[in-house]
Design a protein around this ligand. Structure first.
Ligand code: SAM
Length: 290
């Protein structure tokens, strides 16, 4: 089942009060809550809670919690759109070069050149062949971060084919945790990890967002990459802050250009600072640090 966003729109002070109440009420349930500026001109903020099950019951608990405010704004409930990752992944048949990374299928091994960090990906039922602007943007950002930073441990959240996790493991020789909400993607990810001989460095795990005990066991991460979508990424901002080591780098993608400001604002609110944004094919990849 997909995610649903339950949100309220209000001026900054009211939105902050709403965020505080909901954060305190839903903290134990582990439901992600975010606050970000939705309309800069009118000074309106959105406070969103993301849930997967029992949406009506969650909505009722939200309304009950907010009744403490007297006259709270209306709650809007909308499904978070799913992207057809499978059809995206099947588009990826040709090899892709991004800096030193060469992402290719089994039939293109002969294209490897000395000095390449080659990543062989079987385009199975998981997204991530390097062709999409978001994956390529992440590969480029990873290469740039690894030029000046030496992370000890990394997380690839929403790993799909695990192309990014494999890229990090091969380039930095560090342990990487690769997670995905979709168990089929995780199976494909593990096949790709073995195909690339990095099974000693990359662990795979099925997990929605940060909902798995493995994150508490493995954190902090000095590098996190997450190529998901703007809305869930905004919801994940508080958890990202909890799991990224101070001074660590966060690379976010799956974000449309027009969503960039809202995503940066959600992460600024969690103590992240913007380092750089790269745009490709209408998508942006954002590098932030804590
Ligand atoms: C755009 S693909 C990215 C795949 C790969 N990391 C890449 O960059 O090519 C997004 C992946 O995120 C997964 N995903 C979406 N929402 C998620 C969530 N809340 N938690 C974990 N994974 C999620 C999807 O199943 C999908 O495999």
């Amino acid at each position: 089942m997909g995610q649903t966003r339950l949100y309220l729109t209000a001026a900054r002070d009211d939105a902050e009060a709403i965020f505080k109440l909901l954060d305190a009420r839903f903290d134990d349930e582990g439901l992600p809550i975010s606050i970000f500026e939705a309309d800069e001109e009118r000074g309106l903020f959105e406070v969103s809670l993301y849930a997967e099950d029992d949406i009506e019951a969650v909505a009722a608990r939200m309304r009950e919690t907010l009744s403490a405010l007297g006259n709270p704004p209306d709650l809007t409930i909308e499904p978070v759109p799913d992207i057809d990752w499978v059809s995206h992944s099947l588009a990826g048949l040709k090899p892709v070069r991004v800096g030193r990374f060469l992402v290719h299928g089994g039939h293109d091994r002969q294209l490897r050149r000395p000095g390449d960090i080659a990543i062989e990906i079987e385009a199975g039922l998981a997204f991530g062949t390097g062709h999409h602007g978001t994956t390529a943007g992440c590969l480029k950002a990873i290469a740039r971060v690894l030029q000046s930073e030496a992370p000890r441990q990394a997380l690839d959240l929403g790993a799909g084919s695990a192309v990014l996790a494999i890229a990090i493991a091969r380039a930095a020789r560090i342990p990487v945790l690769a997670t995905d909400i979709d168990p089929i993607a995780v199976r494909v990810a593990w096949q790709n990890v073995r195909l690339n001989g990095v099974e000693r460095l990359v662990d795979t795990q099925t997990a929605p967002g940060f909902h798995h005990r493995i994150f508490a066991e493995r954190r902090p991460f000095e590098l996190i990459v997450a190529n998901i979508l703007a809305r869930p990424l905004m919801g994940l901002a508080p958890d990202m802050a909890r799991h990224l080591a101070p001074g660590g780098s966060l690379i976010l993608s799956g974000i449309l250009e027009r969503q960039r400001r809202a995503v940066v604002a959600a992460y600024n609110g969690q103590g992240f600072r913007h380092i750089r944004t790269d745009a490709r094919e209408g998508w942006v990849t954002i590098h932030m640090k804590r």
